[in-house]
Every structure is written in C-alpha cells, then in structure tokens.
Design a protein around this ligand. Structure first.
Ligand code: ATP
Ligand code: MG
Length: 256
C-alpha cells in the first residue's frame, strides 16, 4: 500500500470453518510493522475469529478447520514444524474483559517471563516488571503496592496490567480484541494514547466497534462483513473515501 511500510504479517487465502459454518472466506491482506491496524464490521462478521488466527488461538477450538497461510516474519505459523506455544509468545493478546490472574500485580507481570525462562527471579525480574509496567503507563499508580491483588485495581488499570503482562514476554505483535469496550472514557483515552506509544515498538492489530476509535488510532483499517474482507486501506481512505458501498454504509452508521 505504501512503499515505506514493511510487511509484518502476510495473510494469504485464509479460510476458517467452525464445523459447517464457513466463518472466514479467502482472506488475504498484509499487515504492516509498527502500525496500528483496526478490524471493523458488524457483530458476527469474523473479526475475533480472524484475530485469533494470527496467534493460532483457534487451534484450541476442536471443531475448527483452517486453510491458507499466515506468514509472520517470513514463516507460515501453520507449518507443521511450528510450535503454537512459541507463536502465542511472539504474538500477545489483550481481551475485551480485563482478565488479570488471581495473583499480585507483580506476579501478574512476572509469571510468564519466569515460566518461559526470559528472566530469573530477583533483580532482573524486578526490572522487567518495572519496565513493563512503565511501558503500559501503570507504574506510577502501582509502584507502592506491587503485592496487592491485580483484581483490586480499577477496570482501566486492570487492562493496563494485562497490557504490561503481554509486553513482559517481549512479543513482536500485540492483538487486541475490543480492548476498551468495558472501560470508561478516561480509561479508554489512556489505552488509546498507550497504543500510539506502543506502536513504536510493536505491530498492533485491534478490533473495535467504535468508529471514532479506529479513526483516532489506526493507520490502516480492514472492514469485514459476513466473513469476507470487503475493503482494506489506510484509515483515511476507509473513512473519507471508501471504494465499496458496504463500507460506506457501515461507517456512516446505516447498518451494523
Ligand atoms: N467458538 C466458536 N464456536 C463456533 N462458532 C463460533 C465460535 N466463535 C465464533 N463463531 C462463529 O463465527 C462467526 C464469527 O464470529 P466472531 O466472534 O469472529 O465475530 P465478531 O466479528 O468478532 O463479532 P462481535 O463483534 O460480536 O465480537 C459467527 O457466526 C460466530 O457464531
Ligand atoms: Mg468479536
């Protein structure tokens, strides 16, 4: 789309079925490094399904069948020799409902890096927890109470804790499925500002029902309808000058 952009993820002819339900139809698109890509479209159009294809989370659902390619950094993550756990480590995910573990703030961030052997207990781990909480814009609010349960934080703080937890395993890509839909406007604003900060280091793909949010944060926007990718372009083009009538109808609120 733009010559300056580096492709991070190349999706080619991706199809997905839940049993007999053909939920994604021949999706092909390139996702660019250090950009925010928004996935929009009416409920049930396949946004979350598509997002989960990018870190093989759909593998966890037994009735799912997938074909096509999802090439990340030059490697198809669906190749036989690829281990899905390593994929999920590289491609982090943040969900709609903040879902901290029932553990302390510190342990929420430290758990996965310790488990994956990214750091050892002690100073290195303390530093990783601190830097991750700083990158997630939460450090100042929690530095005096790292032993408090993660669940004792507000919803917006919990979501930033989940982002810190995702960052702590040093992913390349962060997937976000409606990360602000359970949050108040001020927390939403903080997450949006954080996304703009994080894209300097990560490639972000986010699902949103909030058109203003897509317009505010996303560099690229993909519009899905009934399991098909209808239009994909720069966010400006999608919102100002879409080429498909369905896209225009959706973004102007005529359906969905
Ligand atoms: N775990 C599942 N098992 C079976 N079918 C599913 C599953 N998850 C999604 N589907 C089906 O796949 C289709 C796409 O659903 P998906 O959740 O991807 O849509 P969405 O665009 O994220 O919708 P929403 O905006 O409501 O979150 C729907 O027909 C849905 O019923
Ligand atoms: Mg969804």
């Amino acid at each position: 789309m733009s010559k300056d952009n580096k492709v991070k993820i190349e999706v080619n002819g991706l199809n997905l079925w839940y049993g007999d339900n053909h939920a994604l139809h021949n999706i092909s698109l390139d996702i660019y490094e250090n950009k925010i890509t928004a996935l929009i479209g009416p409920s049930g159009c396949g946004k979350s399904t598509f997002l989960r294809c990018l870190n093989r989370m759909n593998d966890l659902i037994p009735i799912v069948k997938i074909d096509g390619q999802t090439v990340i950094d030059g490697k198809n993550i669906y190749d036989k020799d690829v281990d899905e756990v390593s994929v999920r480590k590289k491609i982090g995910m943040v969900f709609q409902q903040p879902n901290p573990f029932p553990k302390s703030i510190y342990e929420n961030v430290a758990y996965a890096p310790l488990k994956h052997g990214i750091v050892k207990k002690g100073k290195a781990c303390d530093e990783l927890v601190e830097s991750s909480l700083k990158k997630a814009g939460l450090w100042e609010e929690v530095k005096e109470k790292l032993d408090a349960p993660g669940t004792s934080l507000s919803g917006g703080q919990q979501q930033r804790l989940c982002i810190a937890r995702t960052i702590a395993v040093k992913p390349k890509v962060i997937l976000m499925d409606e990360p602000t839909s359970a949050l108040d406007p001020i927390s939403t604003e903080k997450i949006e500002a954080l996304m703009l900060e994080l894209k300097k280091d990560y490639t972000i793909i986010t699902v949103t029902h909030n058109m203003q949010q897509a317009a505010r944060v996303a560099d690229y926007t993909a519009f899905f309808h009934l399991g098909k990718l209808i239009e994909y372009d720069t966010t400006d083009t999608i919102f100002v000058n879409p080429s498909n009538k369905k896209t225009e109808d959706y973004i102007t609120g005529r359906f969905g």
